[in-house]
Design a protein around this ligand. Structure first.
Ligand SMILES: Cc1ncc(COP(=O)(O)O)c(C=O)c1O
Length: 405
């Protein structure tokens, strides 16, 4: 006899069950949580052989790189699979500081602190640093982890229109004087549409109003600038301009975790007191070693970053030449094709899968209800033939559907 779940009458649970049933009825499948075999790189195997893959933020192809995997295995042999304690008590291993110092040096920051998750890094950092008397002004498209940190901080909060520095300036002119401390939150590369902030103006605006600037560089480190140092390098500015530089270990750095880079007193304050750091286990040895090895490959082989940028521009060109609207001036490895209806988006993703191209649909609540999109993540390891093939299949499919009305 099946037992009725104590949660089946919760409104959110009922709503989800209805959405899944509708999706099964309309598209026969749920395109989420599909396990893959092997490495999630420029190609992927979902169980029926290799597909050209655009669903992974393994931007530089370092997850699966032999040096990175070997370093992780060696760390397990030395330290086991867990550090088995918070770092502040007995969970510290030499790899933690080595990784932090190399990230800080890479970014031109005084110091750095690594956390067990990128999401948690944003939540605990913002909530620890700002409180009820402060103001946080954030880009309206800020990632959910930033929003969670902002909410948890209990600061007064106000959004500015996406990438609108003039609006931010206006807001700060109006409200700055009412608060002692003010934080402005943006991202180095926006992960839904792959667009960039006007970092130079943003930084100048923050300096003029004497407010703190936090930039989430989850998708820009390893990606932007000649050597992958992020939005500052891309903008031609000296390192260390922003007050709080956040990054993840899970994307270009082929591991799991997040970090904050900044001045020594900021990092010390987080290291000794941030709840999501001190009340959580230290980064596992394999993850620390993998990120460190990946960073060393990135420093040694900046040509990976160049290849990623060339591939990103080439894919945009191919999509444009195949007859679809795309920002051909864009240089970032996130190329989003807006479809609109979520079920249509899921069906197109499935049809592409059958043609050998794996691209994930992004639907509500990650985007507005009628703003479903196919998000192509480009990798340094994609070949020109793969990029051309995928652009051709995508254009063929969309144009055939348009012709059918
Ligand atoms: C902009 C941004 N910030 C933070 C995160 C969280 O990072 P992680 O997945 O490493 O926890 C993500 C995740 O994709 C992200 O896109």
């Amino acid at each position: 006899m099946t037992r009725t779940s104590r949660f089946s009458s919760v409104p959110g649970v009922r709503k989800l069950e209805r959405r899944i049933a509708t999706q099964m009825g309309l598209a026969d499948r749920i395109p989420f949580f599909q396990p893959h075999l092997g490495i999630n790189g420029a190609s992927i195997d979902l169980g029926e052989g290799p597909l050209v893959n655009f669903s992974s933020y393994n931007y530089l192809g370092l997850s699966g790189h032999h040096e990175v995997s070997s370093a992780a295995k060696a760390a397990i042999d030395l330290y086991g699979t867990s550090v088995s304690a918070s770092r502040i008590v007995s969970g510290e291993i030499p790899l933690h500081r080595e990784l932090e110092q190399e990230i800080a040096q890479f970014l031109g920051a005084e110091d750095c602190l690594v956390f067990v998750g990128g999401y948690n890094t944003n939540v605990t950092t913002i909530a620890h640093l700002y409180g009820q008397r402060d103001l946080i002004v954030y880009d309206e498209l800020s990632h959910n982890s930033l929003m969670s940190g902002i909410q948890l901080s209990k600061s007064e909060r106000v959004a500015f229109p996406h990438n609108d520095v003039a609006a931010l300036d206006g807001l700060l002119s109006e409200r700055r004087g009412d608060f002692g401390r003010v934080l402005v939150v943006t991202e180095g590369l926006y992960s839904m549409h792959g667009d960039l902030p006007d970092y130079e103006r943003l930084l100048a605006t923050c300096r003029r109003h004497d407010v703190d600037l936090m930039v989430d560089e989850a998708h820009s480190i390893g990606v932007l600038g000649a050597t992958g140092r992020g939005i500052g390098e891309f903008s031609g500015l000296p390192p260390g301009g922003m007050d709080i530089q956040m990054g993840t270990l899970s994307k270009s750095l082929a591991s799991c975790g997040g970090f904050i880079a900044g001045d020594a007193s900021l990092i010390r304050y987080l290291r000794f007191l941030a709840p999501g750091f001190i009340f959580s286990v230290g980064l596992p040895p394999a993850d620390a070693a993998a990120a460190l090895a990946a960073l060393r490959v990135l420093k040694r082989e900046p040509q990976r970053v160049k290849r990623l940028q060339e591939n990103s521009m080439a894919f945009r060109r191919c999509v444009h030449e195949a007859g679809l609207a795309v920002d051909t001036q864009g240089i970032t490895p996130i190329v989003s094709i807006v479809i609109g209806d979520q079920y249509e988006c899921m069906r197109i993703s499935h049809e592409l899968l059958q043609l050998g191209v794996h691209v994930q649909p992004v639907i509500y609540p990650a985007v507005p209800i009628n703003g479903a999109l196919l998000r192509f993540f480009i990798s340094a390891d994609h070949t020109m033939a793969q990029l051309e093939m995928a652009a051709g299949k995508l254009a063929g499919l969309l144009m055939a559907r348009n012709a059918m009305g």
